[in-house]
Write a protein that binds this ligand. Structure first.
Ligand SMILES: Cc1ncc(C[n+]2csc(CCOP(=O)(O)OP(=O)(O)O)c2C)c(N)n1
Length: 421
């Protein structure tokens, strides 16, 4: 798809494209060799742009369109949390490129750990993911009860200490991993029924990272009721909306995320109404972590938002700008398109972290710079979904272009006010 080549920051052009027939033989051998090299994911802070890329992607060889803007976000998530992830996936492109049966691009690491993935209906990814989360919570609470009981029994001191350590860190991913590594070998040969009960549930000792995914058709429209219900619950679940601003998988129907003036199915003469601000709606709860990201515009902000959302001990919603073939752009530069969208003030980057309130700080951080609104028109006219409106409906196009620019400006002013407290 050439995205890697166009995105690689190396000035020396570390990556170049060559015809496959000239490369197959020599590169096949290199690939085999590369696959024998162990993953070196402990060399850097994995929650940095560079460090994250030393972690093994547990999503590979998907069936997505070349240049898809959705897959890089999910690949990054699997690099950060994939060994303990549990995902529910709304039907849409994210489920179709992820399960082009009989192949499955989600994979496991050398320890056999990888994302547990399942596809819900188009309508109910949030509810389905919430059910998975509640099931895990119930089982882990039972483990905690059994460990508390076990500590009062006549069992080896080492095991008591390991159980105590787990109880203290059960909601912390790294602490639960460390305690689990101590517990598992000590469980062997134990016959006490209480300890047996813990051993039966050993897959749940490491804190899970629970996610519900889907596109904007799901998150903004059809699955919104469920999404709202789940974020309102206050429970520790993460929601990822891959926002292509249309129903991509069924051919590009308009959603509430589609901005005014964009041509989409059901909006053949350009959408008349403003894009819904899903993030702002979720922020009104005050206890939901909310972020808007665009990987191609700011990779560091994206990694930071994923980390903060996952660690936040409550509901999180991340809305990811995802370039798509439906936009009518050069997909080999889909990441650069995201950067242009942010620069022009078409899309904004922010993080709303309720934890900051406890420190007496403003929870809203506007991460994108003051947009260059002069380039807004150039940006939208570079995408066929907008430029074709001028050709097809010249009489109404100008008013809609002005409206969509005014909508984007209004949105930015709103975020600016939030950032100023
Ligand atoms: C119950 C149900 N309703 C409708 C559909 C048809 N359908 C499948 S994917 C899709 C659109 C998905 O759009 P979006 O949520 O924006 O995700 P994207 O494809 O853009 O990633 C629709 C309408 C379906 N498969 N199942």
């Amino acid at each position: 798809c050439e995205v890697c080549m166009n995105t690689c920051p190396s000035k020396e052009k570390a990556l170049v494209m060559e015809p496959i027939d000239s490369q197959k033989e020599v590169e096949a051998a290199n690939w085999e060799f590369a696959m024998t090299i162990p993953v070196k994911d402990k060399l850097w802070n994995k929650f940095s742009v560079k460090g994250s890329q030393f972690c093994q992607p547990l999503l590979e060889f998907s069936g997505a369109c070349a240049g898809c803007g959705e897959t890089p976000y999910v690949k990054l998530l699997t690099q950060l949390f994939g060994d303990r992830m549990m995902m529910s996936n709304a039907t849409g492109c994210t489920s179709i490129w992820a399960a082009a049966a009989p192949s499955m691009p989600y994979t496991t690491n050398a320890e056999g750990k990888g994302p547990a993935w399942s596809n819900s209906l188009f309508e109910d990814s949030a509810e389905f993911g919430f059910g998975l989360y509640l099931g895990v919570k119930k089982i882990r609470n039972k483990v905690a009860e059994l460990m508390q009981e076990a500590i009062s029994l006549d069992i080896p001191q080492e095991l008591k200490e390991a159980f105590q350590e787990w109880l203290e860190g059960m909601y912390n991913a790294e602490a639960s991993k460390a305690a689990t590594a101590k517990i598992l070998p000590l469980l062997e040969g134990q016959t006490n029924p209480v300890i047996q009960g813990i051993a039966d549930r050993k897959d749940f000792l490491i804190k899970k990272s629970n996610w519900a995914f889907g596109g904007d058709g799901w998150g903004y429209d059809i699955g919104y009721g469920g999404l709202d219900h789940v974020v309102a619950s206050g429970e520790d679940i993460n929601i990822l909306v891959l926002d292509t601003e249309v129903y991509s998988n069924t051919g590009g129907q308009s959603s509430k995320s589609t901005p005014a003036a964009a041509i989409a199915k059901f909006a053949a003469a350009g959408k008349k109404t403003k894009k819904k601000d899903l993030g702002a709606m979720a922020m009104t709860y005050g206890y939901v972590y909310v972020a808007q990201v665009a990987m191609g515009a700011d990779q560091a902000q994206c990694v930071k938002a994923f980390k903060e959302a996952e660690e936040y001990p409550g509901p999180s919603l991340i809305i990811c700008y995802s370039s798509c073939i439906n936009h009518g752009i050069n997909m080999t530069k889909s990441q650069q398109e995201m950067a242009k969208a942010v620069k022009a003030g078409y899309w904004h980057l922010y993080r709303y972290n309720p934890l900051l309130k406890e420190e007496g700080k403003n929870p809203f951080i506007l991460d994108s710079k003051e947009p260059e609104l002069d380039s807004f028109r150039d940006f939208i006219m570079s995408e066929t979904r907008y430029s074709s409106l001028a050709k097809l409906f010249p009489g109404q196009a100008e008013a809609l272009f002005q409206k969509t620019q005014a909508d984007a400006k209004e949105r930015y002013e709103f975020y600016k006010k939030l950032a100023e407290g």
